[in-house]
Design a protein around this ligand. Sequence first.
Ligand code: AMP
Length: 501
Amino acid sequence: MKANVTYWLDESAGRWPDKTAYAEEGKAVTFGELQRQAKALATQMLERGLFKKPVVVYMEKGVDVLVSFMGAAYSCNFYSPIDVDMPASRVNKILEVLNPALVITTAALKETFSNYEYQGGFLLFEEASHAAVSEEKIEAARRRGVDTDLLYVLFTSGSTGVPKGVTITHRSVIDYIDWVTETFDITEKDSFGNQAPFYFDNSILDIYSTLKSGAATYIIPKNLFAQPVLLLEYLKEKKINTIFWVPSALIVVAKLKAFRNVDLSDTLKRVLFCGEVMPNKQLNIWRKFLPEVLYANLYGPTEITDACTYYIVDREFSDDEPLPIGIPMANTDILVLNEKDEPVAGDEIGELCVRGTSLSMGYYNNPEKTREAFVQNPLNPFVPETIYRTGDLVKYNEYGEIIYLSRKDFQIKHMGHRIELGEIETAVSSLEEISLCCCLYDEKKQKIVLFLEEELEKSYINGQISKLIPEYMLPNKVISLPKMPINANGKIDRVKLKELL
Ligand code: AMP
């Protein structure tokens, strides 16, 4: 039994030592180099006596970050990436929660980090990755480590302003990636085009499917996501056959119809997405231009190691229909609970709750927030059993598939009616002219506010969508923006939009 993800790396490095594992523009590491450099970093950590300790990785996105992650894993410490563009006050909040034992960074970035509230040690990547390897020390650590030891902590925003550190174990990643590689039949012949930042949970699929199956991951330069034609040309040039992006990134490509300039029909095999609603209107454009591709909608929060349900697109959808989030992944159970904490019946709406091996151990150093979301399974009063309450409202459709409706906290009461803002957004985004839209509720003025990128009259929009939703759901105000604000994870930034209310 493998209790540590680095056994995958040992296997891949043994089978394909000279094959590219991870690449960025102008730089790549083979599985052999990845293993050697990661072991060198691990040795340094173990020589400092670190075991099961939090290690911050503070570097520009690139292959060296992934080498550092593997170094932490080999030494049975756990990593937490911090974005170099994160504001100092947020970095300090994270450091306070995490209290890292070590920071892996570069000589140049060490200077920046010295301004933060951190007194601990540093490991400079350029030196430590060339240091000597102690196989004995690494083996001793891995023998001592267990699969429920932490592999990483990813920080997500917290409602109180203090970021929450989602903890994930080796076992959770092994469980999830076993499912991913089997379900999508990932082998050493595959190449991923990575979009997700490494502090965002979507990146787990790219990083660890590659590690396990001997595939390759190309880190796509960020600026290409604003230039769809160049982006598709990049995929073609690198022979990338699998992408796992946030829907916003796919929407941009669909919107500008870049497929007309670049033919990916011989290149792209799988288009997977997760993280937010994928509107069928834009997915239908992808499907029209690339009908042979496998499309899959994955759903899940960071707390369940990226995803817990999936839907492999297997039928036609009209532009205004929601795309299902599907069925639970293997070894994962979904409980849809109503307000009385009972399983929903029929198409009743309930909160999606989840249990399974890939569930987080809770928020690092935050028992209060952990207690709120990680609760005893109300259907099992007999033994301790944790479920995670996602706060997402869903229902089952006639196929027994789960349909995502909205966040629990975006459910509103408007003029006495209970409304899911997501339902309005689905209706609006099905309109021909609309690319991105977002609905918020202005509590003070009791108004449904619709944000969009196009200059369109409220009367026109409401005239159209009144065919899809009841009158009481029609937006009371429409705000056209030159550009929809997008947060660090590539999703619509609702916090920024709220400021515009
Ligand atoms: P994160 O922890 O950043 O991955 O965000 C998780 C949240 O994103 C979920 O609780 C959902 O609200 C939303 N989400 C993730 N995947 C999907 C999806 N496929 N469809 C709709 N919403 C999604």
